[in-house]
Design a protein around this ligand. Sequence first.
Ligand code: AMP
Length: 293
Amino acid sequence: MQIVEHAPSLAPFHACALVPTMGALHAGHASLIKRAASDGRPVVVSLFVNPTQFAAGEDFSKYPRTLEADRALCQAAGAEAIFIPSVTDMYPHGVDAANAQAAALKLPLVATQPQLEDAWRPTHFAGVCQVVAKLFDMCQPAAAYFGEKDFQQLRVIQDMARREGARWKNIVVHACPTIRESDGLAMSSRNRYLQANQRENALGLSRALAAAQECARAGMDSAAAESEMRRVLAQHQLEVEYAVIRAPETLLPIEKFQPELKSVARALIAARLDGVRLIDNASCAGAISDRGG
Ligand code: AMP
């Protein structure tokens, strides 16, 4: 497996399958790499903790950096190269200038309208779009793989790639399912922040999602499912930022009850456990309706 530090050395990997990550890799990332490899193209994994997607006061400086273990995981999962650019290579004019540039980007509506991650991390998607655009331009992949774990991010990238159809016309954005621990906790690099005694309460997210799925199966409306999620989250001492049922494309509230569509809604949660921020989501198949029913 090749280690690439500078963008010009990516030339032999154009038309590859790209898996963008921030490192601190786990089995969720490995599943993206394996899926990409199984599609038959050489896989490039980028490992870059992108400063412009972190706001001041977030965990940029303490974000886990585990390059040696990441290298081994990428190799074992079938990557042909890892791309580990420096901050200076990505942002030669400095991070302040890059932040200003990111703030001026025109983002897809799904990055600004839903009032989910966009409301709680207002500068986040500008940084994500900025770095993914750079990675796409540097790698010129034929395909890119993103996890449903970060569902709003996935939708943002899908819409960004569609909008830039001419520039990235060959890039197919693939959505990969969330990989969980055996007890249901969604794998995340940030799970390392959890103390042993917080680990049980962290299960509140997946349990709340399961409760929402149950509500959907039972034909309850989205307001009932949302209050059920909040109840489960509170039981686990989780401080809720949002716990909502949304339309899976726009991530906006579901407007009409359309039983004939058996609409597949998305339940999305962000919650804090003593300052550790956790997100999770799941599809809710069933006749889920809006607040009016
Ligand atoms: P990150 O390094 O956290 O920015 O994540 C890199 C990619 O891995 C993103 O597309 C994430 O959605 C995806 N990812 C993170 N955790 C998981 C998981 N548990 N299952 C599947 N994909 C994941």
